[in-house]
Design a protein around this ligand. Structure first.
Ligand code: HEC
Length: 103
């Protein structure tokens, strides 16, 4: 097995959805978030945990990723897509939220 394949298997075991890396890079998600440790922002595992049993959480989060909204974790709201690296399509927001919630 190549190293790349091994790395893919490890990340697949960690999260059910593969990381949409180009989108994550373009929007600098990992500048503020990590998978499992609260840093400048809640970790993606904390977020997944919080919304696991919340109906319509995915739709709410997709809207928030694209349009912004009130802070749910503290005083600091997330910057808008334009400030993060460029506009975000509904499809891309969906992909990102599915990935975050699969943590
Ligand atoms: C400049 C820092 C920063 C960047 C870049 C960033 N975030 Fe955040 N994010 C935050 C902060 C701060 C919060 C907590 C905001 C709050 O209280 O609702 C947050 C919250 C969230 C939430 C939970 C929102 C809620 O209502 O509970 C999700 C989901 C999320 N981020 C996903 C992402 C994704 C996906 C990206 C990349 C597209 C990203 N973030 C990029 C800082 C950032």
């Amino acid at each position: 097995m190549t190293l790349a394949a091994a790395a893919l298997l490890i990340s697949a075991a960690h999260a059910a959805e593969p990381e949409p890396t180009p989108l994550v890079d373009q929007q600098h998600c990992m500048f503020c978030h990590t998978d499992n440790a609260a840093f400048l922002a809640p970790s993606f595992q904390q977020i997944a945990e919080r919304y696991r049993n919340v109906p319509n959480a995915a739709a709410m989060l997709e809207h928030k990723l694209r349009m912004g909204g009130r802070a749910h974790w503290g005083d600091m709201a997330m910057p808008s897509p334009a400030e993060r690296g460029g506009p975000l399509s509904a499809q891309d927001a969906h992909t990102l939220v599915q990935w975050v919630l699969s943590h």
